[in-house]
Design a protein around this ligand. Structure first.
Ligand SMILES: [Zn+2]
Length: 90
């Protein structure tokens, strides 16, 4: 099988998606607006291409998982979306 390209995946829970679309991205400490940061984490070689998650991928690819965090410049802190949801619920 050919190793063919890179595949990036990002999955959201329904709560995370809701926060991403409608939530106020402000720092829970200082209420400053936060910046969205993206980084990808290498997950090794796996099945890539359309339909990979359904098990009929056609080729192998380098798999990356995208991690999104929100960064507050003032506090120099990073928060993941799930952390922000937890803080909000308190
Ligand atoms: Zn802050």
């Amino acid at each position: 099988m050919n190793k063919n390209g890179k595949q990036y995946t990002k999955t959201y829970t329904p709560q995370e998606l809701k926060y991403k679309l409608f939530g106020k991205k402000v720092c829970p400490i200082c209420l400053e607006k936060m910046v969205l940061m993206k980084e990808s984490e290498y997950k090794g070689v796996g099945r890539g291409g359309m339909g990979a998650s359904y098990g009929f991928a056609k080729y192998n690819a380098d798999l990356y998982e995208i991690r999104e965090t929100y960064y507050c410049k003032k506090c120099d802190k990073n928060y993941t979306i799930s952390e922000l949801i937890k803080i909000k619920e308190k």
